[in-house]
Design a binder for this molecule. Structure first.
Ligand code: SF4
Length: 439
C-alpha cells in the first residue's frame, strides 16, 4: 500500500516578528502580500512505500502441533516471546511428565540417592522431544537418567581446571592472547553433559553482578596481550539486551581488545531470543563472532534456521560447537547430516569436542577412536567446510588438543609418504631440511 506524505522542506517559514517585516523592501512586501492572498502553491508530494512489517517468527510444524495440544490458550505472540519461554521453562519432573511419558529410570533420576539433579527445558525445546522414546537423542541430551549419579575414574567437578586458571572470579586466562569471561551461571535449557555443571546447574547462581563483572573487565584492561574475549557462562544470551550491551560497550572501549566472541546455545534452545533488537544492538559492537552449541540434526528447525539467518544477516560470523555423545550423535551419518544442515543455515562447523570427563558423564563418553572414525568419514567425502576440528580439552587445563586421523605414513629418502582419504598411497617430494633454504 502506498502512503503520501507532504514534503515541507521547500516551503519558506513565515517572518516571525514586526522587526523582521521592517527590514523588507516595499517590493518584497507587496510580493509577500500577493503570495498570502493568492492560492498557495501545491506542496510537493513524494510517494513513499510503507515499511513492510517485521516478519513474524516462524513456528515449525512439530512445534505448532505441540503448542496447540499443551498450550492452546497461549498466543503465538507469547509463544514467540523469549521471556515467556524463560518464565515457562520446565523445571520439575511433574511438569515434564505432562509432555513426555517418563520411563521408570527417568522418574527415578531426579531423586535417586536423595540427590536432586538440575532440570530446565524451554517449552520450545520440549516440543522437539519424543513423547514415548526415552532413547531419542534430543531427549537424552536434556532429560536426566540415573546414570548421572555414577561417577567413573578420572571424572571431576571441574575437569578443565578453570577455577585454577582464574586470576579473578569469573574470568579464565589460559591462552596468552585471549580470555574467557563468564557473565552468567544461567542457561534456559540444561544439558546433561554440561562442562560447567558446577556453576550452571545451580538455580541460585544466575546473572553475575556488575561489581563482579567489573573485576573481570578491569583485568582485561590491565592486560594488553588480551586481544580476544570469549563471553560465555551459562548462556550470555539469556541476559537482557541492556546488560549484554553494558558488557560489550565496556569491552569495546579497551583498545587492545580486537574482537569478542559469544558462546551460546540460545539460537538452538531459545531461538525466539534472536530478536531484531538484539541483532541491531550486536551490530554496534562489531567485530562480534558467535559460537553456537548444536548437538543433533533434529535441532535444525525452521525457528533455528530463522534465528541463524538473523544473526548472519547482522554480519556475525557463526561457528558451531558440538560435543560427541554416545547414543546421541556418535554415528557418521548423524554427524554428516548435522554438518551439512549447519552449512545450509550459514553456520560453519567449528569444533567437535570429545566429551569432558565431568562427574557422571560415563554413559555419554565415547572412545576417542569413534571421533577419529567420524572425522575420517567426513574428510574427503564432503566439502572441507563441513569438517569440524576434533579436539580434546585436556583435563587439568592443558587447552584444546587437536586429534586427526593419520594421513602421514612415513618418509622414504626425500619423499613423504601419504595416504589419501580413500586409503591410497601417495608420495610428495620433500627433501628434508633443504626446500626453501637460502644457504
Ligand atoms: S548450553 Fe552450555 S553452559 Fe548451558 S547447560 Fe548446555 S553445556 Fe552447559
Amino acid at each position: 500500500m502506498e502512503k503520501q506524505i507532504v514534503n515541507t522542506e521547500d516551503i519558506e517559514p513565515p517572518p516571525s516578528s514586526d522587526a523582521q517585516l521592517k527590514l523588507w523592501s516595499e517590493e518584497s512586501l507587496s510580493d509577500l502580500l500577493k503570495s498570502v492572498t493568492e492560492k498557495p502553491p501545491k506542496p510537493k508530494v513524494i510517494q513513499i512505500r510503507k515499511t513492510p512489517p517485521l516478519p513474524r517468527f516462524k513456528i515449525g510444524p512439530r512445534t505448532s502441533v505441540f503448542r496447540q495440544r499443551f498450550f492452546p490458550s497461549v498466543s503465538s505472540t507469547d509463544w514467540n516471546d523469549w521471556q515467556w519461554q524463560l518464565r515457562n521453562r520446565i523445571k520439575t519432573l511433574e511438569a515434564l511428565n505432562t509432555f513426555v511419558r517418563l520411563s521408570e529410570d527417568e522418574q527415578k533420576a531426579m531423586t535417586y540417592l536423595a540427590k536432586q539433579l538440575p532440570l530446565s527445558i524451554t517449552p520450545y525445546y520440549a516440543s522437539l522431544l519424543d513423547r514415548d522414546n526415552p532413547l531419542q537423542p534430543l531427549r537424552r541430551a536434556v532429560v536426566p537418567t540415573t546414570a548421572e549419579h555414577f561417577f567413573s575414574a578420572g571424572e571431576a567437578e571441574d575437569p578443565l581446571g578453570e577455577e585454577h586458571d582464574s586470576p579473578v572470579p569469573g574470568l579464565v586466562h589460559r591462552y596468552p592472547d585471549r580470555v574467557l569471561l563468564l557473565v552468567t551461571g544461567f542457561c534456559s535449557t540444561y544439558c546433561r553433559y554440561c562442562t560447567r555443571s558446577r556453576m550452571v546447574g545451580d538455580e541460585h547462581r544466575t546473572h553475575f553482578t556488575r561489581e563482579h563483572l567489573d573485576k573481570g573487565i578491569e583485568y582485561i584492561k590491565s592486560n594488553p596481550a588480551v586481544r580476544d574475549v570469549l563471553i560465555s557462562g551459562g548462556d550470555p544470551l539469556t541476559m537482557p539486551d541492556e546488560d549484554l550491551e553494558w558488557i560489550l560497550s565496556r569491552l569495546s572501549r579497551i583498545e587492545h581488545v580486537e574482537f569478542v566472541r559469544i558462546g551460546t546455545k540460545a539460537p538452538v534452545v531459545l531461538p525466539q531470543r534472536i530478536t531484531p533488537n538484539l541483532t541491531r544492538m550486536l551490530k554496534r559492537y562489531h567485530p562480534v563472532w558467535m559460537s553456537i552449541h548444536f548437538t543433533h540434526p533434529d535441532e535444525l528447525t525452521p525457528e533455528v534456521s530463522q534465528a541463524c539467518e538473523r544473526l548472519a544477516d547482522a554480519g556475525i560470523p557463526l561457528g558451531s560447537q558440538t560435543v560427541l555423545l554416545a547414543g546421541i550423535n556418535d554415528q557418521l551419518e548423524t554427524m554428516k547430516r548435522l554438518m551439512h544442515g549447519l552449512l545450509k543455515i550459514r553456520v560453519k562447523p567449528y569444533y567437535l569436542y570429545q566429551c569432558d570427563p565431568i562427574q557422571g558423564s560415563g554413559h555419554f563418553r565415547t572412545p576417542v577412536e569413534k571421533g577419529l572414525e567420524i572425522i575420517k568419514g567426513l574428510r574427503g567425502y564432503t566439502t572441507g567446510y563441513a569438517v569440524p576440528n576434533y579436539v580434546i580439552d585436556a583435563p587439568g587445563g592443558g587447552g584444546k588438543i587437536p586429534l586427526m586421523p593419520q594421513y602421514m605414513a612415513g618418509r622414504e629418502k626425500n619423499d613423504l609418504l601419504l595416504t589419501n582419504y580413500q586409503g591410497r598411497p601417495y608420495r610428495y617430494p620433500d627433501p628434508a631440511g633443504q626446500l626453501g633454504c637460502a644457504d
